[in-house]
Design a protein around this ligand. Structure first.
Ligand code: 3H9
Length: 718
């Protein structure tokens, strides 16, 4: 795992543990042995540590966390490097992260290629750097930079890292050759003063001021997360304690975080995000299917979703034809795109160059003829089957045979849309989440005839446009909206029965959702839910009236309709479930008029308001969604619980530190979840989503561990 060689008077320790040279046990042993050997080797006067392949070590081996730790620990290896009698040079390329950066900070010199990045991403795993990072970085960079870097987990480019003092020299050409030369040059220099443990933290007397500023920042930016706050505390101790005491404090805080539920959930989410890239479907998988090249695109529809999608494509450097049905809509779409771009530049999310390039890549058009040669089309017109079929029929006639035809439908079965074409194998769902330019989830959906090649293309496209793509099998509502349906319905039923929208929202926000369901409805528009309900009724061959209490045999609550009738559409009208300071305002406050609408609705229906506990609010929303999640797994709509959890994290901003609804269920205990679902099945009649799922029952009864759930899932996708 660590190859030892000697070149002239320099020993080279080459870490060879693909793909990211993680510092697992064997690597730690290899580094220890290599340093000891180099120190004793009479030919050697300095030592280079370098990574083979794509990177310098990108951190500790996360797979070892939670298992009994095996010596030598990383800190012991680091101490050996720092106290070595010969100077040690870290030669950095790729991503030098976490434990990797700690090893570099124990080394006496650090050189890097300009494309390298360094950072402490432990915080994103619910941890802090546990091998001296919090004590040593501040000695180099000062407290504010160390606090910010460690609590954010940001990857810092080599050039910036040099400005911070982390990197001594940026080098070009062959890294190993340059490192050998550098290591030779430093052989005659004294290097004790290069050992960070002997340095004092600059401006240590201002630690109180720096820590309080950093804490205010992280509490606001990472609401609910424990690790960022603990990171600041750990860095703070580097200024308040001796080096040895600080290292001990860091170790204690690292262990404390490591045992927390948040860290377990965040580590799970790290691997889950990678697991979902390994997609499979009948007839193909990520291993066998080859994506088609996507060099040009078209978006049909310049509304909110279409414009947002166009922004994603343009930002990734892809040319986009924006197609609309008339000049007015087209201009409005172009304006929306320009506004989103300008906003993103202002917020520093997109560079000015990217925005300028995007403007040249956008081609507004009213003619289908213009898009006949594009590689991929995304339809984002109104959520209506007839309209979508009309669009796909036109696309079928006009687009080149190899073009991939995508639909941004949020609910409609892909087969129903692809039936309008002569090439259903090229038709695939690419469901973006609003706002499309911001939310990271891309729910890709295959129909019964979609080819693995089309799927491979949109999975790759997801990565290209910086999304997290998750593949699901087509059904009504797919994965995310199918689970969101009971979650949202229960929120309204709870208000119907006696809770206030504020109480429901508070429970959700206390759990870590950025916004409660009623604030979300006000944001997305009550008129939108009103219209969706009518579409659902139409599909069911019925209509909704003031008296409707059931839809398709399921409980229906018309409260949303009452708000709609009063013209309260949400933020866009300045009032909805809440009152806002102005039309388009953001500050939601409780509104007596809204309360009046709810009370009169209850009176009309003879509902006696009752007190509902926060626990019931929580369970009815989240457990009904979890029950649906098991149904989705059982039906093979997805392959593994990770696909559900990642969809919630990136589609609905579910708190990462809870892992996702399925992981959360595993932490509560499936038997308890199942029992509560049975309870609500009895107490909340006429809701199919409370019928306890059989897969959940089976897993609960057999106490199946989370990692084995996928083995019990329908194999229909294989
Ligand atoms: C730490 O260092 C603690 C210390 O302070 C103190 C300890 C005492 N371990 O992301 P990719 C796997 S905490 C194990 O697709 P990319 C990954 O699961 C650590 N495995 O590649 C995947 O496996 P598979 C601090 C790891 O090129 C494969 O490698 N460091 C680790 O898009 C490829 O990964 C971090 O948090 C790991 N550390 O991105 C860095 N890292 O193929 C975490 C990756 O089976 N890693 N794998 O699915 C990353 O951020 C990205 O992997 C990286 C490369 C940017 C490096």
């Amino acid at each position: 795992m660590v190859d030892y060689s000697v070149n002239g008077s320099v020993a080279v320790l080459m870490v060879n543990n693909p793909p990211v040279n993680a510092l697992g046990h064997a690597v730690r042993v290899g580094l220890k042995t290599g340093i000891e050997r180099g120190a004793k080797d009479s030919r050697v006067r300095s030592i280079v540590i370098i990574g083979k392949g794509q990177t310098f070590p990108a951190g500790a081996d996360i797979r070892e966390f939670g298992k009994p730790s095996k010596e030598p620990w990383l800190t012991a290896v680091g101490n050996l490097i720092e106290t070595c009698s010969k100077p040690v040079v870290a030669a950095i390329h790729g991503t030098c992260l976490g434990g990797g950066l700690e090893i570099a900070l124990f080394s006496h010199y650090r050189i890097a290629v300009s494309s390298a990045r360094v950072g402490f991403p432990e915080v994103t795993l619910g941890l802090l750097p546990g091998a001296g990072g919090t004590q040593r970085l501040s000695r180099l960079t000062g407290l504010p930079v160390a606090m910010e870097m460690i609590s954010s987990g940001r990857h810092v480019p080599a050039k910036k890292a040099k400005e911070y003092g982390i990197i001594d020299e940026i080098v070009s050409g062959d890294l190993l050759k340059t490192a050998l030369k550098f290591a030779q040059e430093v052989q005659s220099r004294p290097f004790k003063d290069r050992c960070l443990r002997y340095k004092v933290v600059p401006n240590a007397d201002r630690v109180e001021e720096y820590a309080s500023a950093a804490l205010t920042q992280v509490k606001k930016k990472y609401k609910g997360f424990e690790a960022p706050v603990t990171c600041v505390q750990a860095v703070r101790s580097s200024a308040e304690l001796s080096y040895e005491e600080g290292m001990k404090r860091e170790r204690d805080l690292f262990l404390q975080l490591g045992q927390s539920g948040q860290s377990k959930a965040q580590q799970y989410a790290f691997f889950a995000e990678r697991a979902v890239t390994k997609w499979q479907m009948p007839g193909g998988s990520y291993k066998t299917a080859k994506p088609l090249p996507v060099r040009s695109t078209a978006v049909i529809g310049g509304g909110t979703m279409g414009s947002g999608i166009a922004v994603c494509l343009l930002s990734a450097g892809l040319p986009v034809y924006l197609l609309e049905q008339n000049e007015k809509f087209l201009q409005s779409g172009v304006k929306l795109i320009e506004n989103i771009m300008a906003g993103s530049v202002k917020l520093g999310k997109v560079s000015m160059e990217t925005a300028k390039r995007a403007a040249t890549l956008l081609k507004p058009t009213l003619s289908y003829d213009d898009i006949k040669d594009v590689d991929l089309v995304i339809e984002a017109v109104f959520e209506n089957l007839d309209i979508k079929k009309e669009v796909f029929s036109k696309l079928d006639k006009i687009c080149k045979p190899s073009a991939i035809l995508c639909t941004n439908t949020s609910t409609i079965d892909i087969d129903r849309i692809s039936s309008a074409t002569s090439r259903p194998e090229k038709v695939v769902g690419t469901h973006f989440f609003a706002p499309a330019y911001h939310m990271k989830l891309l729910e890709n959906i295959y129909g019964t005839k979609t080819s693995p090649e089309a799927v491979a293309t949109v999975m790759k496209l997801g990565k290209t446009i910086n999304k997290v793509p998750v593949l699901v099998k087509s059904c009504h509502g797919f994965l995310a909206n199918r689970m969101n349906a009971p979650f949202g319905s229960e929120a309204i039923f709870l208000v119907e029965e006696g809770a206030s929208p504020q109480e429901v929202d508070q429970v959700n926000e206390d759990f870590g959702m950025p916004m409660g369901p009623f604030k979300v409805r006000d944001l997305s528009g009550i008129d939108i839910s009103w219209r969706i309900n009518r579409e659902v009724a139409k599909v069911l061959g019925t209509s909704i009236t003031k008296e409707t209490r059931f839809l398709g045999g399921n409980r229906y609550c018309g409260l949303n309709d009452d708000f709609y009738d009063k013209g309260r559409y949400g933020r866009k009208t300045g009032k909805g479930w809440y009152l806002y300071e102005k039309v388009g305002g953001k500050n939601a406050v409780a509104d007596p008029e809204a309360e009046e609408i709810i009370n009169s609705y209850r009176q009309r229906r003879g509902i006696v308001k009752r007190k509902i506990t926060p626990q019931e609010i929580f369970e009815r929303q989240f457990y009904s969604a979890i029950n649906e999640g098991f149904r989705i797994l059982e039906e093979g709509i997805c392959n593994m619980p990770e696909e559900i959890d990642i969809s919630w994290i990136y589609g609905f901003s579910y708190p990462k530190y809870r892992g996702g609804p399925m992981f959360y269920a595993s932490q509560i205990g499936l038997q308890r979840v199942y029992d509560r679902i049975c309870h609500y099945h009895e107490t909340c009649p006429y809701s199919i989503h409370w019928v306890p799922n059989r897969l959940l029952k089976k897993l609960a009864e057999n106490n199946v561990p989370f990692t084995q759930w996928a083995n019990h899932v329908s194999k229909s996708k294989m």
